[in-house]
Design a protein around this ligand. Structure first.
Ligand code: AQP
Length: 323
């Protein structure tokens, strides 16, 4: 089985990215062929500061490695080190109906939030389809927000195969229902660009303040507290097993619980959980040459896989006039 997913270097890594995708990706490296990459071409749709893009790209790679991605057991690279994906994007574009892209929620949401759309933002799902299809991946672990984009990749692959003959593997989204959408501190989807995230590697004081800011309702202390749709409960639950979650639910439903106490406790849980990863990250941050070397090697390794799909697609659409 080939498993693939990427992260945009468009901000700082948050709990939604970690539990929605990264943690599951890292688990996959033990049992499948894993393809993990930093999608800096995609980030160009929102990041327009070149220095910021450079910095965030390297930081995203360091985060992934610190959290346990093993480059020996996986393919790990930066998207722009495999520019062949752009050629495939063009080949796929011609098998992609406008209507398919016009229906994409992520595009519509960004536009409704006031972002002036570029062609890049509109065509984002085609580049994502190329990323997935160029590696012959069958599984794509993502949060629910990316489900539609994986479905678009499926539709494009099916259309291309029917137009030009069997070329691509048909991929499938891999979503864990319980953690499909992790809420931010305001209760909406946690997102790098909504200013509502809990950043995994934030400074201690910042993280503490962010946790204190998690939105809670005004249920009086002496009454039971709701758990469904309560971001404090949902975020805390990410760190608990089934039994511990039941206990937390009981505590919320028992009169007397103070949200402020739970927030203090949650800070301790998150801080401890990421402590070993924080130390690893500090070490990696002092060795840029090592990280860059890992990424460049990873790009070479994945190039071998990508070449197979790109040359097949080129041949099947008829670009091989000299054969
Ligand atoms: N809140 C979330 N719950 C579950 N999964 C999430 N993911 C992101 N937010 C949540 C998953 O994280 C992976 C990497 O995301 P991305 O960086 O490629 O882009 P994104 O989905 O657009 O994430 P953000 O943080 O919300 O960025 P912006 O603000 O740029 O839109 C993906 O698998 C995603 O599903």
């Amino acid at each position: 089985m080939r498993v693939l997913s990427g992260i945009q270097p468009s901000g700082n890594l948050h709990l939604g990215n970690y539990f929605g995708m990264m943690k599951r990706m890292i688990e996959y490296q033990e049992k499948s062929e894993l393809f993990a990459f930093i999608v800096n071409y995609h980030a160009l749709t929102t990041v327009t500061d070149p220095q910021l893009l450079r910095t965030k790209t390297l930081e995203a790679a360091i985060d992934f490695l610190a959290l346990g991605l093993d480059p020996q057991k996986s393919y790990f690279w930066v998207q722009s080190d495999l520019p062949e994906v752009q050629e495939l994007t063009w080949l796929l574009s011609n098998a992609t109906g406008m209507g398919l892209l016009e229906r994409c929620h992520a595009y519509k949401d960004k536009v409704s939030k006031g972002i002036t759309p570029s062609h890049g933002l509109f065509a984002y799902p085609v580049l994502m389809a190329a990323d997935i299809l160029i590696c012959g991946s069958n599984r794509v672990p993502v949060g629910k927000d990316q489900k539609q984009h994986v479905e678009v990749a499926r539709d494009i692959a099916i259309r291309f195969n029917s137009m030009y003959g069997e070329t691509f593997v048909i991929p499938e989204a891999d979503i864990e229902e319980e953690i499909a959408t992790i809420p931010g501190i305001d209760g909406q989807k946690m997102s790098k660009s909504y200013g509502n995230s809990l950043e995994i590697f934030a400074e201690e004081k910042t993280l503490r303040q962010r946790i204190i800011s998690i939105k809670t309702d005004s249920t009086p202390v002496e009454q039971p507290k709701p758990t469904a749709g309560n971001p404090l409960f949902e975020i805390y639950s990410l760190f608990l097993d089934k039994k511990e979650r039941e206990n937390l639910k009981d505590r919320f439903e028992t009169p007397g619980l103070r949200y402020g106490d739970v927030k203090k406790e949650l800070f301790g849980v998150i801080w401890e959980f990421f402590a070993p990863y924080r130390r690893k990250r500090e070490q990696l941050a002092t060795d840029k040459a090592y990280v860059v070397g890992v990424l460049k090697e990873g790009a070479e390794k994945v190039r071998g896989v990508a070449a197979e799909y790109v040359s097949k697609a080129r041949r099947n659409v008829g670009l091989n006039y000299d054969d």
